[in-house]
Design a protein around this ligand. Structure first.
Ligand SMILES: [Zn+2]
Length: 177
């Protein structure tokens, strides 16, 4: 009999939501050069507290931490361990850091969307979905390869220590994005 026990789901949920919010905070924190003589990036405060963030996630999981929700862009089912937080209007384009601008999304949509707004990205998905199967596969692969260069921007584990991955390893071709 194995002694290994999975981490209780609620505990894992608490840890993950806390990690994601911390990643968001550190991502938008002010950054200085090494000698601390020059401000490289003006910091912005993430106006979300942990309880608020957890409530937002739980609502998207159908009301419980161990529930299931879906990517607001592609509809892929998501649980508390695999969702990402996307900004509907990218922060780089003036998007707000509050929950009203946050989107519950899958990893692939979060990566592929890049600097597009939520509407622009939906429009792109719609256009691609009208293409032939061959063209869809080709366009999706190109988008994913482009997205591979943005790994450092992601929240969660990958953001802290991104492993060097070949572009072909990153996302399976058959997966919807
Ligand atoms: Zn998605």
């Amino acid at each position: 009999m194995s002694r290994w026990k999975p981490m209780p789901l609620v505990e894992a949920f608490q840890r993950r939501t806390s990690d994601i919010l911390s990643s968001m905070r550190s991502r938008f924190r002010g950054k200085w050069n090494k000698k601390k003589t020059r401000l490289l990036q003006v910091g912005r405060e993430v106006p979300i507290d942990l309880e608020e963030f957890r409530a937002w996630v739980v609502a998207r999981l159908g009301g419980t931490p161990d529930g299931c929700g879906q990517c607001e862009y592609c509809g892929r089912p998501l649980d508390a361990m695999d969702f990402r937080v996307d900004h509907r209007l990218p922060v780089s384009r003036g998007g707000d850091l509050g929950l009203a601008n946050c989107v519950f999304s899958c990893d692939e949509c979060n990566r592929v969307k890049g600097q597009l707004s939520g509407d622009e990205f939906r429009w792109l998905l719609e256009v691609v979905s009208r293409m032939s199967t061959v063209a869809q596969k080709d366009v999706k692969e190109r988008l994913k390869m482009g997205a591979g260069f943005r790994r450092l921007r992601f929240f969660g584990k990958q953001a802290k220590n991104p492993p060097p991955l070949a572009a072909s390893q990153q996302l399976p071709l058959e997966e919807p994005f």
